[in-house]
Design a protein around this ligand. Sequence first.
Ligand SMILES: Cc1cc2nc3c(=O)[nH]c(=O)nc-3n(C[C@H](O)[C@H](O)[C@H](O)COP(=O)(O)OP(=O)(O)OC[C@H]3O[C@@H](n4cnc5c(N)ncnc54)[C@H](O)[C@@H]3O)c2cc1C
Length: 400
Amino acid sequence: MRALICGAGIAGLAMAQRLTAHGWEVTVVERKPRPREQGYMLDFFGLGYDAAEAMGLLPQLHKLAYPIEEVTYVDASGRPRARIDYVRGARLAGGRLLTLMRPDLERVLREQIAPGAKLRYGCTVASLELLPDSVHVVLTDSTAMEVDLLVGADGIHSTIRQMVFGDEAQFLRYLGIHTAAYIFDDPLIRRRIGDRYALTDTVDRGMGFYGLRDGRVAAFAVHRDPVAAVPADTRAAVQRSYSSLDWVVPHALESCPPPRDLYYDLVAQVEVPRWHRGRVVLLGDSCQAVSLLAGQGASLAVAGAYVLGEQLMAAGLVEDALIRYEQAWKPVVQATQEAGRRSAQWFLPSSRSRLWLRRAALTLAALPGWDTIISAGLVGKTPQSLTDLGASGPRAVPPT
Ligand SMILES: Cc1cc2nc3c(=O)[nH]c(=O)nc-3n(C[C@H](O)[C@H](O)[C@H](O)COP(=O)(O)OP(=O)(O)OC[C@H]3O[C@@H](n4cnc5c(N)ncnc54)[C@H](O)[C@@H]3O)c2cc1C
């Protein structure tokens, strides 16, 4: 069986790993010229962690995980105002929580794809035609191919979704927030942050910082904006939007890179009525973006790929597998999206009173018993295991 995967992000690479592990002939096309080096810190847990375990990825992921002990909200002079105890959070997740940089997660997934798979950077799908039992695709370098399955794993602004299901506007639910992330070098800021993940304790906009292994600093920014469009000059937009913040922010803004090295996007969720048509299927953010507010998009991208892979192996017909994947997986995504929307006010308070409420809630969450209730409310109710979704769970597949 032959598959073409469009997008070498977390979902696409995880899918390539699954399909090659099951003997499929796989080509991955990625429009970026090379693997992305820019990125941001991800919490990785839940069903994604279970899927990574079943895929044999945990030893490598644990090696690359950052040992974050606490998230600290700081005031204008850097004094802590509220805290989230990460060690305790990890304990609540049964120790099954990793904090990873996105490029590190992608590297591990890429390295686990069986030899023989073709990863083609700087290339994408130029056109496609749905045939009764296959898809005819022409790539931007004029290569023509016929595949048994085309996977659209090309992210929140998916081109495959656009080609097969229509305009993005009908699927994107904008959550009223813009986000940016970049990596920069500043030894002074690095020292002031230490080993914390430090965030400004501010209304309507905030920046967060954490130190990387190589001595650089990763910055993350979110601000409320009613305009659902990415500005033309994203560097200028970052410098303008966060100029009112104090602490290390003014220096960090001076180090904001030009747009080509800066991640900038709208915070949005994706809701697509159907995830597959013929032999084309959507995967990851292209059909199930839960947004950074839910803090689970990467975990769900890996788990979704795992579930789809298992369904493809179990079903006699590709079409049946696509139906079962969507039936099993969509309710998990919808529950997580709801939880993500609920957490918006916690994540980025829109008024001083809500900021105070967040501080109070975090103090409460530090008390035994309340931490479980609050984290369950924020994370949302998801199935306990991959087996509930018709996929074999961790340890069913020995690590490679
Ligand atoms: C600031 C921030 C913080 C986050 N924090 C967390 C967190 O703590 N935990 C968590 O689990 N998730 C988190 N997420 C969400 C997570 O990053 C995403 O859900 C995840 O990256 C989705 O993976 P994906 O592979 O579906 O899409 P993407 O990561 O967007 O990958 C899509 C890939 O497709 C490529 N592509 C796009 N268009 C084309 C095309 N036409 N042709 C070929 N290739 C194409 C892109 O270049 C990219 O490589 C966060 C997101 C942000 C922005």
